[in-house]
Design a protein around this ligand. Structure first.
Ligand SMILES: Nc1ncnc2c1ncn2[C@@H]1O[C@H](COP(=O)(O)OP(=O)(O)OP(=O)(O)O)[C@@H](O)[C@H]1O
Ligand SMILES: [Mg+2]
Length: 387
C-alpha cells in the first residue's frame, strides 16, 4: 500500500465532520502537515455547506456518527444520493454492527471505531482512499484529453472539407469576373441586365462560401448545426449545377438535367447545403474524368422509385479501373495531379449520404464512363401541392 506522503496528499481536500473539537483539531493538524487542505465542520449543517459549495471540492471526508444536529449516517446517505463520488470514512465511539452495516450499504468507504490511532489506523485508510481519488482524477483528465484530441482531429477534417468545397464557388467568382473584365477590355459595353446577372452569380457564390464558413465556425456549438429543411429537388439540382458551372463551361461539357415525372414537384427533407456538396462533388469528379475525352457528356437524372429517390450523376469519362474501385472512398486517395485533387471528395459525399440514411452506388466501365447513384430514403420525400 502507498504510504501517505506530501506528494500524494498534495492538492487533495479532506473534510473532517466532528463535533468534539480536540479530536477534530488533532486530525486536521496531522493531515495538514501531510499536505492536505483540511476543512472542518462541527455540525451537519456546516458539512452540507461545504458539499454544496462548488469551489470547495471535497475529495475525502471523515464523518462522526453522532453530531449535534443529526446523525452522520443520514448525512452520508444524503451526500451519496446527491451523486458525490469521493470516499467517505465513518467514525464513532458508539458503533454497533447494525450502524456499520447501514453505513456500508449507504456507500461508506470504511469504518473506524473510536478510540483509534491517527497514524496506525486512520492514515493507512486515508492513504488508500487518496490513491483511489488520484487515480480517478488522472482517468478523468485522460478522458478529457482524448475527447479534446478527437474533437481537434474532427475539426481538422472539417477544415479540410470546407477548404475543399470552397474551391467551386471561388473559381466561379473568378470566371465571372474574368468574363466582365474581358468584355470591358474588348471595348464592348455590358448592359445593366447582363451586369445584374453577373453580380447575382457572384453574390450567390459568396453566399455559398459564407455558409461553408458558418459551418466551420459553428462546429463546436451542437445547437448551431445545420438543421433539416424541406428543399425543392429542382432547386437542389440547379444550385449544385451552378457550383460547377465554371468546370462544365471551360471543358465544353454538354450537360443534361432530367427530372423524371415521378420526381417532379418533389420536396426533400434534408440538410440542403450538405446535399449540394454531395451533388457538386460528384459533378466535379465527372467533369475531371472527361477533361481529355472526345465525347464529354454529363447527365444529372432524378427519379422516384419504390427504393426511394435516385439521383444519377453520369459521365462519358475514363471510367474507374476495378483495381482502384475499392480505394476511391479512402481519405486522401486521388489519381489527380498534385494540387488538383485532395482525395477527400468521395469520402465527404458518402458520409453526408449516410447521415441522410441513404447510400451511394456506382457502376463504371473503363473507356466508357461512370455513373454514381445517390439513393435517399422515400421518407425524406414529400410533394409540393399541385394546384
Ligand atoms: N466520375 C469519375 N470517373 C472516374 N474516376 C473517378 C470518378 N469519380 C472519382 N473518381 C476517382 O476517384 C478518386 C477519388 O475521388 P475523390 O472525389 O474522393 O477525390 P479527388 O476528386 O481525386 O480529389 P478532391 O478531393 O479534389 O475531390 C479520383 O481521384 C478518381 O481517380
Ligand atoms: Mg473529387
Amino acid at each position: 500500500m502507498t504510504p501517505l506522503s506530501e506528494s500524494n496528499a498534495n492538492g487533495l481536500t479532506l473534510l473532517v465532520v466532528e463535533d468534539e473539537a480536540p479530536i477534530r483539531r488533532l486530525v486536521a493538524m496531522e493531515f495538514e502537515d501531510l499536505g492536505f487542505t483540511v476543512l472542518e465542520a462541527d455540525t451537519i449543517a456546516q458539512a452540507r455547506e461545504f458539499f454544496a459549495n462548488k469551489e470547495t471540492q471535497v475529495d475525502i471526508a471523515l464523518f462522526d456518527l453522532r453530531l449535534p444536529d443529526g446523525d452522520g449516517l443520514s448525512l452520508l446517505q444524503e451526500v451519496k444520493t446527491s451523486g458525490h463520488e469521493g470516499p467517505i470514512l465513518m467514525m464513532t465511539g458508539h458503533g454497533n454492527k447494525h450502524t456499520v452495516l447501514e453505513s456500508f450499504k449507504a456507500g461508506a468507504y470504511d469504518f473506524l471505531e473510536k478510540p483509534f490511532s491517527i497514524s496506525g489506523d486512520l492514515m493507512p485508510v486515508v492513504a488508500r482512499a487518496a490513491g483511489e481519488v488520484r487515480l480517478r482524477k488522472e482517468n478523468t483528465s485522460l478522458t478529457e484529453q482524448i475527447l479534446h484530441n478527437t474533437k481537434l482531429a474532427a475539426l481538422g477534417e472539417l477544415s479540410a472539407t470546407v477548404l475543399h468545397d470552397i474551391r467551386g464557388p471561388l473559381s466561379l467568382i473568378h470566371v465571372v469576373c474574368e468574363d466582365i473584365s474581358e468584355t470591358v477590355d474588348e471595348g464592348e459595353s455590358i448592359g445593366p441586365s447582363e451586369l445584374k446577372a453577373h453580380v447575382a452569380q457572384i453574390l450567390k457564390a459568396c453566399d455559398r462560401i459564407r455558409k461553408l464558413g458558418d459551418h466551420l465556425r459553428n462546429y463546436s456549438r451542437q445547437d448551431a448545426q445545420e438543421s433539416m429543411e424541406s428543399k425543392s429537388l429542382e432547386n437542389l439540382l440547379d444550385d449544385s449545377l451552378f457550383l460547377v458551372q465554371q468546370k462544365t463551361r471551360s471543358n465544353r461539357i454538354k450537360v443534361t438535367k432530367m427530372v423524371d415525372p415521378s420526381a417532379q414537384g418533389v420536396l426533400l427533407r434534408c440538410y440542403p447545403n450538405k446535399l449540394e456538396q454531395v451533388i457538386m462533388n460528384l459533378l466535379s469528379n465527372a467533369c475531371d474524368a472527361m477533361s481529355k475525352e472526345a465525347v464529354r457528356e454529363l447527365g444529372l437524372v432524378a427519379k422516384f422509385t419504390a427504393e426511394g429517390l435516385l439521383l444519377d450523376v453520369s459521365d462519358t469519362g475514363t471510367g474507374i479501373p476495378l483495381e482502384i474501385q475499392g480505394k476511391i472512398f479512402d481519405n486522401f486517395f486521388t489519381t489527380k495531379p498534385r494540387g488538383e485533387g485532395t482525395g477527400l471528395g468521395l469520402k465527404i459525399v458518402r458520409n453526408i449520404i449516410v447521415e441522410h440514411g441513404g447510400e451511394l452506388l456506382m457502376t463504371s466501365v473503363v473507356g466508357k464512363g461512370t455513373t454514381f447513384t445517390v439513393r435517399l430514403p422515400a421518407e425524406l420525400v414529400t410533394r409540393q401541392p399541385v394546384f
